[in-house]
Design a protein around this ligand. Sequence first.
Ligand SMILES: O=C(O)[C@@H](O)C(=O)COP(=O)(O)O
Ligand SMILES: [Zn+2]
Length: 211
Amino acid sequence: MSEESRLREEICRYGRSIFERGLTFGSSGNISVMLEDGWLMTPTNASLGSLDPARLSKLDLEGRHVGGDKPTKETFLHQGMYRRRSNARAVVHLHSTHSVAVSVLDDIDPEDVIPPLTAYYVMRVGKLPLVPYYRPGDPALGPAVEALADRHRAVLLANHGPVVAGTSLDAAVYATEELEETAKLHLMLQGRRTRPLTPEQVADLRAHFPD
Ligand SMILES: O=C(O)[C@@H](O)C(=O)COP(=O)(O)O
Ligand SMILES: [Zn+2]
């Protein structure tokens, strides 16, 4: 099996798993992976639960649509991540409920939306900035994400959901799942006194587990 065929299968397998676990709904969310000769993207208006490997959209290195169904309307958002993160090989965007809930809270720090509650969150996600609200598919989302992507592997789109890059599709999915679970913890702990990791503990994790 070629590397491209393997990645096509992997996108569909992860899409189904994400959908069946209720991490995104309807036809929301999109996934991309980088190839030697371009990118694979999930098609627009496709349910992540029932993707067809043969119908995934293929883009060439110039970003031209060269195969499969019409790509996600968030293509430029994925491309913004790849442009700024030279080690990114996959990008995942979901409408995962708890992450979306955090994205609509009024009193969050837009530079660091969720406190460092656990080591795994710091290792997988790091510091999470909020991207101001834009309509889905608005081309202005591309530069807005790009402006943050060199310093952050994950960003949270206000009133929308997370966008997470990884050095592999596994890494991007695991980080998106960790972000969702930590958003859930954060919401569960609202109104309780909490003890997030200290700046020293966060710095130690970053030194041991660089991006
Ligand atoms: O929220 C939206 O509309 C998009 O960001 C999305 O999640 C699904 O769009 P397509 O990938 O174009 O279906
Ligand atoms: Zn979306």
